[in-house]
Design a protein around this ligand. Structure first.
Ligand code: GLU
Length: 506
């Protein structure tokens, strides 16, 4: 049962607040936004925060800020409300529980009491036998009295959905239509009895996503290709509930230059980075619009795989151009390459085309903003004798690249190799640490102790990487003002450059 084609269009993006807002969210957000606006439909923002282990408190606000920065406004969402709220999944747990009970009652789901150890033992056996890891269905066959007994003793359980065949049925595969690809069929022996409700009472992504898309009257699920393999589970859930399913569109994934899925190791993926590093929102939107195609562009091959040898005028368009000329039939399924060189070229085009006033306004709203400058001023006030020296100590806050020479970054008695290995460890620690003095200092010191790097060596190396020099305002405070996204990018770029230098190809 698919959605009534006449139903008014409603689309959504459903980011999980697990870290910095991702360029992929903006890319998928843009396509949803255009699709809704072109059809007089509604664009919904839903926060999928049921994964409490990966939850990051500041992330939701950063998602809002980044999408607004790009000009992608939503009609319904946690901060603006709407008729089908709440729009934050953590506030909907009761709804999921009720829906899970419906499935338990109609026999399309069951309680599973298997312990983590039991599941692990099965997984090991399957691996030894070179079988794909699958839940063996043990608890599918529990008798009602066994279930009652387990419940009475308070044994923890999850709820799993029954992937057909149900007893006595013949269904062995699920087919759904992807609007960009046509029919896609999944054999059920590749689909596990998916957990719907975890033992902590929180739903999994699959249950919450389907229940919400239904209750929020979503007509079109436009999301990234990586969710294709989840879709058969969702289709089975729509059937289990007896609901109409939405249309599914899976956009091609953004890729690194080497075609791997876009990752922070190869490209900055945080929208915060792009904003703070001075990319203009118009350029960013234009670039993301090039990614999956959609515009009638003569340089279609650019986004379809090859990094642009030459970018052309036709690659330059605004959000309103996209609203006027974007067509889903132009979407290409080749892997769009997130090519920073091209993004920079585009950004340069926008900078050159801006009036002097608006260029200056862009600087004033980012790297020359009062809040940024005043924080930097506070760091150097006690360290300079004339105002003219301000730049001597602070250039690294304004430069994009600072590359310390080996004399500056290799501590005495350390080798280049040791130093780079330690810098890579620093990066891992920094990635995992909250960006405050109280958390950064002990985290770095602990790493130093583990690897037997003195505090002096440890901080000297990081200072060299971040500031390019052995002298700077206080390091951690500087990194906090400079921001996590840009600091991490600097360390990654340093390591990357050193790697290239070592292998002789710059
Ligand atoms: N929460 C998922 C995400 O983080 C949503 C995927 C979907 O759109 O269904 O991308």
């Amino acid at each position: 049962m698919t959605i009534n084609p006449e139903a008014p269009v409603r689309v959504r993006i459903a980011p999980s607040p697990t870290g910095d807002p991702h360029v992929g969210t903006a890319y998928i957000g843009l396509i949803n936004y255009i699709y809704a606006r072109q059809r007089g439909g509604k664009f919904v923002l839903r926060i999928e925060d049921t994964d409490r282990a990966r939850f990051v408190a500041t992330s939701e606000q950063e998602i809002f800020n980044s999408l607004r920065w790009l000009g992608l406004s939503w009609d319904e969402g946690p901060d603006v409300g709407g008729p089908y709220g709440p729009y934050r999944q953590s506030e909907r747990t009761e709804i999921y529980r009720e829906h899970c009970d419906l499935l338990l009652a109609n026999g399309t789901a069951y309680r599973c009491f298997c312990t983590a150890e039991e599941l692990e033992a099965v997984r090991k056996q399957q691996m030894t036998a070179k079988l794909p890891p699958r839940y063996p269905g043990t608890c599918r066959h529990l008798k009602p009295e066994q279930v009652e007994g387990n419940l009475a003793t308070g044994k923890p359980f999850v709820v799993r959905m029954i992937v057909p065949p149900h007893a006595g049925e013949a269904t062995t595969s699920t087919t759904f239509r992807d609007e960009l690809r046509g029919d896609i069929t999944f054999e059920h022996n590749n689909v596990d009895d998916q957990v719907l409700m975890k033992s902590d009472g929180f739903p999994t992504y699959h249950l919450a996503n389907v229940v919400d898309d239904h209750l929020m009257h979503i007509t079109d699920v436009i999301r990234a290709e990586e969710w294709i393999s989840s879709t058969p589970k969702h289709v089975l859930l729509y059937r289990a509930f007896g609901w109409q399913q939405p249309r599914f569109w899976h956009m091609p994934l953004l890729r690194n230059l080497d075609k791997s899925k876009i990752s922070k190791r190869k490209n900055p993926v945080s929208l915060i980075y792009y904003r703070q590093a001075g990319f203009l929102p118009e350029a960013m939107i234009n670039f993301l619009g090039l990614m999956g195609g959609g515009m009638p562009s003569p340089t279609a091959e650019t986004a379809a795989g090859q990094p642009a040898a030459k970018a052309s005028e036709a690659d330059i368009f605004s959000l309103s151009d996209m609203l006027a000329r974007f067509e889903v039939k132009n979407i290409r399924l080749g892997s769009p390459v997130f090519d920073l060189t091209k993004l920079k070229w585009l950004n340069g085009e926008y900078i050159r085309a801006a009036s002097p006033e608006s260029f200056f306004a862009s600087l004033r709203s980012t790297i020359l903003s009062d809040s940024y400058l005043s924080q930097i001023a506070a760091l150097v006030q006690t360290r300079i004798e004339t105002l003219g020296e301000f730049g001597n100590l602070t250039h690294f806050f304004f430069a994009d690249d600072v590359l310390p020479t080996p004399e500056v970054f290799i501590p005495k008695k350390r080798t280049l190799e040791d130093t780079l290995a330690f810098a890579a460890e620093q990066l891992t620690v920094l990635e995992a640490t909250d960006w405050t003095h109280e958390t950064l200092e002990p985290a770095l010191k602990q790493l130093g102790e583990e690897k037997q790097w003195s505090v002096k060596e440890n901080f000297m190396l990081l200072r060299a990487i971040i500031t390019g020099s052995t002298m700077s305002p206080p390091l951690l405070e500087s990194m906090i003002v400079f921001g996590k996204a840009r600091s991490l990018d600097r360390v990654r770029r340093f390591l990357d450059t050193q790697k290239k230098l070592a292998t002789g190809k710059r």
